[in-house]
Design a protein around this ligand. Sequence first.
Ligand SMILES: Cc1cc2nc3c(=O)[nH]c(=O)nc-3n(C[C@H](O)[C@H](O)[C@H](O)COP(=O)(O)OP(=O)(O)OC[C@H]3O[C@@H](n4cnc5c(N)ncnc54)[C@H](O)[C@@H]3O)c2cc1C
Length: 424
Amino acid sequence: MTQPTARHVVVIGVGAVGAVSAIELLRDGHRVTVIEPATPGDQQAASYGNAGWLSTHSVIPPAGPGAWKQVPKFLRDPLGPLAVRWSYLPKALPWLVQYLLSGWTEQRVEATARALRPLLVDAPALHKKLADEAGVGHLIERLGVMHIYPSRAAFDSDAVGWRIRKRVGVTWLELSADEMRQREPDLHPRYQFGVLVEEAGRCRDPGGYVAGLAAHARALGAEFVAAKATGLKLSGDTLVSVVTDRGEVACDAAVVAAGAHSKPLAASIGDNLPLETERGYHVMIEDAGTGPRTSVMASDAKMVVNAMDKGLRAAGQVEIAGLEAAPNWKRAEILRDLLLGMFPKLPRDLPAERFKTWFGHRPSMPDGRPCLGYSRASRNVVYAFGHGHVGLVGSARTGRVVAQLIGGREPEIPVTPFDPRRYL
Ligand SMILES: Cc1cc2nc3c(=O)[nH]c(=O)nc-3n(C[C@H](O)[C@H](O)[C@H](O)COP(=O)(O)OP(=O)(O)OC[C@H]3O[C@@H](n4cnc5c(N)ncnc54)[C@H](O)[C@@H]3O)c2cc1C
């Protein structure tokens, strides 16, 4: 391996992607400055509030063949698992069209699955190693995750996705109602069929994990600047500085990892990328006293339930309404009611203050693939955003690839499918 020339690299944003990128850049001997306005691991980041799945098999993009038939429902039902707010529709329309087109055929979905699989395949092991190094190894578990269905027929109706998963090398165990009950005795009996993906893992506290990674980056020598990046400044194709609301930071290279807020930063050097927010929610019950032993995804509720260190978390919902609109907390109430319905032993009379709710922004490209590669304007700028539904699991490999790109080395996985220039 060629030793990279040490440079001063600014990492913008420290969610899971920025935190791992900073660590991998420091490992390569670079001087690293992190620009982040908030406390790392806090509620502002999608990396805080996600479902904690380290799901190596989450290779199927959100839109599949026939998704267009659902569009009237997305618009009609403001509280459905996927909804588009009418007021935001004109703005979202170009993104929505690209979103539907990218999943139009099984071949297109499979192309994305083949691209994502190397990004995710050994994520639980990579995260475990990173977490151990950062002193938070207990937060990563490699015990598999489970999809639960009301019936075998419901599983069969998801056939396209599972067929493609099989073709890209995912294996799983199918569980009868009895087998599932032995593993998950507290689950509502209406779930009659299960799929256990043993290679997947989970995180017991995503916010705590990111905070641990950020502290590790600091201990390795990263300098943290509490500011908001507002743009990038080039001289020709050479990066001069990152501009922030508290002044400029001169640097040799930059990594844009500001999650759903990355779009204006790329646009500041002329790269207009179709990044959208798929807004999501979670609800948590502290000391729930019941829940799944393995983290579960309910096919009917379109929601993941994960027993975390700080409580039982149910996370999901996709709302297309932009970065500015206020959250619709009815969505969190829906998650709460679905959770109570899934685990009958949960007390029915819990006071409202026992439920903690959160809302945040998945950074999503229309094709379900991240932007991971050089900006069109300069090879000193690497984009690492747009991981959509797989940003926690995908962050470990992403950080390594970021360091390889900054170092001018050949990335360890194929990155052409993630090249930002596919949209430029
Ligand atoms: C409900 C829900 C459930 C999910 N479940 C899972 C799951 O189970 N598994 C999984 O892998 N993924 C899941 N995801 C997706 C995952 O959370 C995201 O893809 C991932 O967290 C994105 O990480 P990130 O580092 O790119 O962005 P973020 O975590 O959002 O971090 C971006 C950071 O950039 C900072 N920032 C923003 N603007 C600026 C600026 N101008 N200057 C400097 N800093 C800035 C922010 O303060 C923030 O700290 C889920 C998401 C949601 C919403």
